[in-house]
Design a protein around this ligand. Structure first.
Ligand SMILES: C[S@@+](CC[C@H](N)C(=O)[O-])C[C@H]1O[C@@H](n2cnc3c(N)ncnc32)[C@H](O)[C@@H]1O
Ligand code: SF4
Length: 455
């Protein structure tokens, strides 16, 4: 990639893990709006259910972390939080048509695996007692392997989890040390063997762009990962947002790699993974060719929600529990109160703990589908989209062809191909997938929000 392209396109743009991005959510959106959206959600064609449960606690906080994570609370506070989750689940599930089926349950955080694990089993039992499931629902958990003993992994399997996301970040212990993170307690190969024997899907998270990472050290890390053959692997670009998390300033002082080095780290990882047979998905995911995400990609059926990529089979409307958790319904997003104490108090009073949200206009619902399709499949075919969405091509184009000069520039820079059939990514354009999405986003025309840069 030329420095010129890097300079031109490495500008702040949304990550588009949702559309509109979460910084458009407003406190004008109230719990009553969520109830309306939940009623609407019962009426749509794809009415499978996804549940998201947020466990905010971590034993130690990593300096780089951009998630809503809190230092580990006292036993009684954790119990109070879990009781609030049970109460919230009961209240929300009253709004869901009992004939609907669960496609996915996802625990994120924080570190869901940092609390006594029987709590997770009890939450799963509560959810699964309320609705039927699709065949083989996905029951996923994000795990910090720094604190889990052998029996803990077996307990998680017994609690029903069948998809494990291991936060490795880097195998290099010096890098982990500088970001205040503990390495895996068990050798990762042993964890993989336990999970694989149980037939679980294994994902590993890595971050590039951290202090002390070099081409050599990150190559070793990715080679180690490849030798373990996880089904999926994510290489996150370190998002430096010290105005959200001040602890990140510690990393600035430790010395962050410059943009060119950071990009080179990713390019190297991507080429090693592809040589090893991994199929790239979206900006930063790599999966084995047999993985259902790759099969979905080939069939143009790949989807995404805040929890990551999913297939059309496992995609449902997302109902979210816990502090800061976000609902993703057909007609609205709703985010729960972020502050733990406020969240608990509201739930204990019998209220829905809604803090803010966003009701999507008809046009925004179209844009969301187009941008999600683009971010997942790196291509937009107007006719296919129109058929799937039951709308006219014209209607879709009016919603998203809002910045023609910007799209023309992307064509001139050979980042996309654009003709009457649709828009396609060129290999050169891949790092700038977010910039292309931004060119299809009417809200970016008058944007005043702050975002991280693509690289
Ligand atoms: C909620 S955390 C993972 C679960 C668990 N707490 C752990 O650390 O292993 C989800 C993932 O987000 C990624 N992440 C966190 N902060 C990030 C940042 N500032 N930039 C890029 N990726 C980040 C990490 O790779 C992490 O594994
Ligand atoms: S990366 Fe994981 S363990 Fe570290 S602070 Fe964030 S949520 Fe907690």
């Amino acid at each position: 990639m030329t420095d010129l392209l890097l300079k031109k396109y490495n500008v702040p743009v949304p990550r588009y893990t949702s559309y509109p991005p979460a910084n458009y959510f407003s406190t004008d959106f109230k719990a009553t709006d969520l109830v309306t959206a939940m009623a609407e959600a019962n009426e749509v064609e794809n009415n499978k259910i996804s549940f998201y449960i947020h466990i905010p606690f971590c034993k130690h906080l990593c300096h780089y972390c951009g998630c809503n994570s809190w230092p580990m609370a006292k036993k009684e506070q954790v119990e109070r939080y879990i009781n609030a989750l049970h109460q919230e689940i009961d209240k929300v599930c009253e709004q869901i048509d009992p004939k609907r089926e669960i496609a996915q349950i996802h625990y994120g955080g924080g570190s869901p695996s940092s609390i006594p694990l029987h709590f997770l089993q009890e939450l799963n039992e509560q959810l699964l007692s309320k609705f039927k499931t699709i065949e083989k629902p996905e029951i996923a958990i994000e795990c910090h392997p720094g604190y889990l003993k052998e029996e803990d992994w077996h307990m998680l399997l017994a609690a029903g989890f069948n998809r494990f996301s291991l936060g490795i970040q880097d195998f290099n212990e010096e890098v982990l040390h500088v970001v205040n993170r503990r390495p895996s307690l068990l050798p990762v190969a042993e964890i993989v063997a336990i999970l694989r024997a149980a037939g679980a899907t294994i994902n590993m998270d890595f971050i590039y762009g951290l202090p002390l990472q070099t081409m050599e050290s990150f190559t070793t890390t990715i080679e180690k990962a490849i030798a373990l053959r996880p089904d999926r692997l994510v290489t996150f670009s370190y998002a430096h947002v010290p105005w959200v998390n001040k602890r990140q300033l510690i990393l600035e002082r430790a010395g962050l790699p410059d943009n060119t080095t950071k990009q080179a780290l990713f390019d190297k990882a991507a080429s090693l993974l592809q040589e090893a047979g991994y199929q790239p998905i979206g900006m930063d995911h790599f999966v084995l060719p047999t993985d259902e995400l790759n099969l979905a990609l080939q069939a143009g059926e790949l989807h995404r929600n805040f929890q990551g990529y999913c297939t059309r089979r496992t995609t449902g409307q997302v109902y979210a529990f816990g502090a800061s958790a976000i609902y993703q319904l057909d007609t609205a997003y709703a985010q729960n109160e972020k502050d733990l104490a406020t969240y608990i108090e509201m739930v204990e009073k019998g209220e829905l703990p809604t803090a803010r949200g966003y009701s999507l206009s008809y046009t925004e619902q179209i844009t969301r589908e187009v941008i999600e399709t683009w971010m997942c499949n790196e291509a937009i075919h107007w006719k296919e989209l129109a058929e799937r969405m039951n709308r006219s091509v014209k209607e879709i184009q009016v919603a998203v062809l809002v910045n023609i000069p910007q799209l023309q520039e992307l064509v001139a820079d050979e980042l996309i191909l654009w003709d009457e059939q649709g828009i396609e990514m060129t290999p050169k354009g891949k790092p700038f997938i977010r910039n292309v999405a931004a060119a299809l986003d009417a809200l970016m025309l008058h944007n005043t929000q702050r975002y991280s840069k693509p690289l």
